[in-house]
Design a protein around this ligand. Structure first.
Ligand code: UD1
Length: 430
């Protein structure tokens, strides 16, 4: 089993390039089957979740050609089935985007119930409500969501909860429906907007994405396009926090600073210096950072996907910080591991009370999920001594070349496969 071996203590300094947004890419890949023609997608991140979705799409006859590591050409015109049987697909949450896409174009889809990170209940009632409002029948049988419609008709949907997934899924299903669909209380995340822009580039008529009312006027067909995925807000945020936690100085390139405002605001508040340009952001931490309060919220609020990384940072800041998780109920699973590294955090319900400590100490820790795994790597980078981070397959679901990018910034980190390689790392770093 691969692990990261990390010797902490080096400030991270230098420049890092951010890849395409995983969560936008998942939606856009799925939506590409809705076109009759070949679609080219650029800036696709080379991470496990994306590759699993590609494999599932290929299993139903979607033709996918890799032009280079980050570019694919997709043609969905030879689909031979609308039932995704691929077992891997259950592991990723975004498998359900194929429901919206296939239902939208072919009026039928059968997809295994989604998996993904175990960070909470992750209901899909709002997706189902949306499909039904459009006129589809939806049932759950033998672990599959089965949807079918003779015709999809535009409608008015009020989302009871702000849901990224449900907004995206309903947007796709409505893109080729008869008439206009209005989604109220829609999610406003950057990847919702990116999907709308992608659909529009294929000839769809989606307006209002990025506000809480999205209007989709159905069209009969979607044509070819070449589309570049936006930079990953969470990958960028993770490096911003890594700069702050290691008392470093990182310029994070190829970002949309607007998407990083809530993260930058918190870092500024606790004492970091931030410099922004058109497509880069620099985070410098020279002085002791201080405590704050933080609550995760739908965009433009502080992203839940940055909560573990930020909590690791606050664990090293002076005073007592309060972190409230309002999106997923099971997102504090890294706390036990951090406690083993000397962190002082108490969790009660959806709130963590974090008392800053002077330093973490190296330990063997395991990644409970994708973002918590990245957060623990940050903790290890600051820690006294050597840490071993296990279950890095979670981290690799969403971060491309994470350890290589960190190493280029001066981190002492290596991927090791066995005891012998770990011993070698220990000898090397002393
Ligand atoms: C997406 C992201 C994930 C991020 C999350 C919140 C992808 C692939 N994943 O997940 O990284 O953490 O947004 O920004 O883009 N809910 C319901 N009913 C539903 C749907 C959701 O009650 O039908 C609840 C969920 O349990 C959760 C909240 O709504 O408490 C938000 O979930 P949602 O925005 O749908 O998250 P995902 O799309 O699963």
């Amino acid at each position: 089993m691969e692990q990261y071996a990390i010797k902490g203590g080096n400030p991270l300094v230098g420049e890092v390039e951010i890849g395409g947004a995983k969560n936008a890419a998942l939606a856009i890949l799925a939506a590409s089957v809705m076109s009759e023609e070949t679609v080219t997608i650029e800036n696709l991140p080379d991470v496990c979740d994306i590759n699993v979705l590609i494999q599932a799409m290929e299993s139903i006859g979607v033709n996918i050609t890799r032009v280079d590591r980050h570019t694919v050409k997709i043609n969905g015109n030879h689909i031979h089935g609308l039932v995704i049987e691929d077992d891997f697909i259950k592991k990723i949450r975004a498998s359900y985007y194929l429901i919206g896409a296939l239902l939208g174009r072919y009026k039928k889809a059968e997809v295994p119930l989604p998996g993904g990170c175990n960070i909470g209940i992750r209901a899909i009632d709002q997706h189902i409500k949306g499909f039904r409002a459009l006129g589809a029948e939806v049932k759950i049988e033998h672990g599959f969501i089965i949807t079918e419609a003779t015709e999809l008709k535009g409608c008015h949907i009020y989302m009871d909860k702000v849901s990224v997934g449900a907004t995206i899924n309903v947007m796709m299903a409505a893109a080729m429906a008869d008439g206009t669909t209005v989604i109220e209380n829609a999610a406003k995340e950057p990847h919702v907007v990116d999907l709308a822009n992608f659909l529009n580039s294929m000839g769809a008529n989606v307006k209002g994405a990025g506000t809480d009312v999205v209007r989709i006027k159905g069209v009969e067909r979607l044509h070819k396009t070449t589309y570049t995925i936006i930079p990953d807000q969470i990958e960028a945020g993770t490096f911003m926090v890594a700069a702050a936690a290691t008392k470093g100085d990182i310029t994070i390139k190829n970002v949309i600073p607007k998407h990083l405002e809530s993260i930058a605001a918190k870092l500024l508040e606790i004492g970091c210096e931030i410099e922004e340009s058109d497509d880069a952001i620099r985070v410098v931490a020279t002085k002791t950072l201080s405590h704050t309060q933080l609550k995760t919220l739908p965009y433009p609020g502080f992203p839940t996907d940055m909560q573990p990384q930020m909590a690791v940072l606050l664990g090293l800041s002076t005073g007592t910080s309060i972190v409230t998780e309002s999106i997923f109920e099971n997102r504090f699973k890294y706390v036990d591991e951090l406690t083993r590294m000397g962190g002082d955090i108490n969790v009660e319900g959806n709130t963590a009370v974090i008392n800053g400590v002077a330093k973490y100490t190296g330990a063997t820790i395991s990644s409970p999920d994708l973002r918590a795994g990245a957060a623990l790597v940050i903790a290890a980078l600051t820690a006294d001594g050597i840490s071993v981070v296990e279950d890095i397959n979670y981290i690799e679901r969403g971060y491309e070349d994470f350890h290589l990018k960190l190493r280029s910034l001066g981190a002492q980190i290596e991927k090791v496969n066995n005891e012998r390689e770990l011993r070698k790392f220990r000898l090397k770093v002393g």
